[in-house]
Design a protein around this ligand. Structure first.
Ligand SMILES: N[C@@H](Cc1ccccc1)C(=O)O
Length: 418
């Protein structure tokens, strides 16, 4: 009896907006953030913020289209299920394929980025140089253990990491923003100089605003209440945008534009970027605080993405939740990425480029297409994103543009800065 009373009390409690917004921001803010200054170095601060606003608008809109689509299905129907019903087997293949690909390539990017930070950190504390391979193995083994320990541990470890990230982010960026110089932020260059580099940043910006796999869970979380889902999406994506603007301001206000050529030449990895920031300012403790932030941000995203990848593999091969199955699934998830990382330790920026191709399909193209099909079918259930077909087709077209730009970039046909 008391249990029934307790249950009713729980089901009446409406989940707050903050929780949902944190899920959105927590998933979005990750590896993409470290690639942002590197990819947008060509167009620099002012243009990158203008482009970021446009990408924010598209990513937020597409999450609304996904909400619209999710509301047609039973609570908890996954992204892949919705894609299959609206776009057929090709839709399902694209949905699962892009997610699996983004997860795998991000796992590689996290190990590459994380081990560069671990290696640099060990060297600055103990003075001994840890090889790329050993740093990669160290970073992977520690985090894989957390993932295998299961979602309970992940939950707790993520909360601790998030707390650490907030602290280190604010202390590092407040030092940097205080040091930022207007002439470094707004160098005297004509508009025609940064314009050719506008394109290359678009897919990476789309990736850094990506979290869309979580939308169906958010719809379920808020008991299919579109008003609350919309508010959580709006707050979460705006928080992400705020963090990115502060980040770009902190980095581009301190590291001059022409120093980025050097960073890019060295592979643009996380530790290289942080070192460049450290060399540009003489604030004590800044580099170490940033290193700690970098490690925490990469580790927390790694855990989230890796957990998704392990679940996906278990689902694909119909494995259970026993320890031996988890170990096998983790092996399939991490060993290829780890080996790739030992063979190619500096592929962080390239990996983000490949992830961006799949992410643009997953984040912008598919949600807009799914909502389009459902609107065509004429089914109405009380929630339709404002802006009519014009907004929907704009988001779709921008998504297709992002995919095309990344293909052209991967073929090496876009102008390269530095
Ligand atoms: N936004 C994440 C990457 C991501 C893309 C798409 C979906 C989920 C996650 C990052 O920047 O690290």
């Amino acid at each position: 009896m008391s249990e029934i009373v307790a249950n009713t009390a729980v089901s009446k409690k409406v989940p707050g907006i903050l929780g949902g917004a944190m899920i959105v921001a927590g998933t979005s803010i990750g590896a993409g953030m470290f690639a942002l200054p590197v990819y947008s170095a060509g167009m620099w601060f002012a243009l990158s913020i203008a482009m970021m606003t446009l990408v924010w608008f598209c990513a937020y809109s597409s999450s609304l289209y996904l909400t619209e689509a999710s509301l047609h299905y039973r609570a908890g129907a996954s992204y892949a299920t919705i894609a299959e019903d609206t776009l057929g087997p090709v839709g399902k293949l694209l949905a699962t394929g892009t997610v699996a690909f983004v997860c795998f390539i991000l796992t590689y990017a996290y190990i590459s980025g994380g081990s560069s930070v671990v290696g640099h950190g060990v060297e600055s504390v103990t003075g001994t140089e840890l090889g790329h391979g050993s740093s990669a193995v160290l970073f992977t083994v520690v985090l894989a253990a957390v993932v295998i320990a299961g979602s309970r541990a992940v939950d707790r470890v993520s909360t601790i990491m998030l707390g650490g990230m907030v602290l280190t982010f604010f202390s590092a960026t407040s030092m940097l923003v205080g040091e930022a110089s207007a002439t470094t932020l707004f160098p005297a260059i004509s508009l025609s100089e940064p314009l050719p580099y506008l394109w290359v940043a678009i897919p990476v910006l789309v990736t850094s605003f990506g979290f869309h796999g979580t939308v169906p869970s958010l719809v379920k979380h808020y008991n299919q209440d579109p008003r609350r889902v919309r508010l959580a999406l709006l707050c979460g994506t705006m928080l992400t945008m705020l963090v990115y603007v502060v980040w770009q301001l902190a980095i581009m206000g301190n590291v001059p534009r022409d120093h980025f050529g050097e960073v890019i030449a060295q592979g643009g990895n996380v530790a290289t970027l942080i070192q460049a920031v450290g060399q540009s300012t003489d604030v004590t403790g800044l580099e170490n605080t940033l290193m700690l932030f970098g490690n925490l941000a990469l580790a927390s995203s790694f855990i989230g993405v890796a957990l998704g990848l392990v679940d996906l593999i278990k689902d694909l091969f119909k494995m259970d939740d026993s320890l031996s199955s988890s170990l096998k699934a983790a092996g399939v998830s991490f060993v290829p990425a780890l080996l790739l990382c030992i063979a190619m330790p500096h592929g962080f920026i390239t990996a983000i480029g490949f992830a961006a191709l799949a992410a643009s399909i997953f984040v912008l193209v598919l949600p807009a297409l799914m909502a389009r099909v459902l609107r065509r079918r004429g089914i109405h259930n009380g929630f339709q994103t404002r802006g009519g077909m014009l907004r929907l087709d704009f988001v779709l077209a921008f998504g297709v543009l992002a995919v095309l730009v990344e293909v052209v970039h991967l073929l090496g046909w876009l102008p390269q800065f530095g």
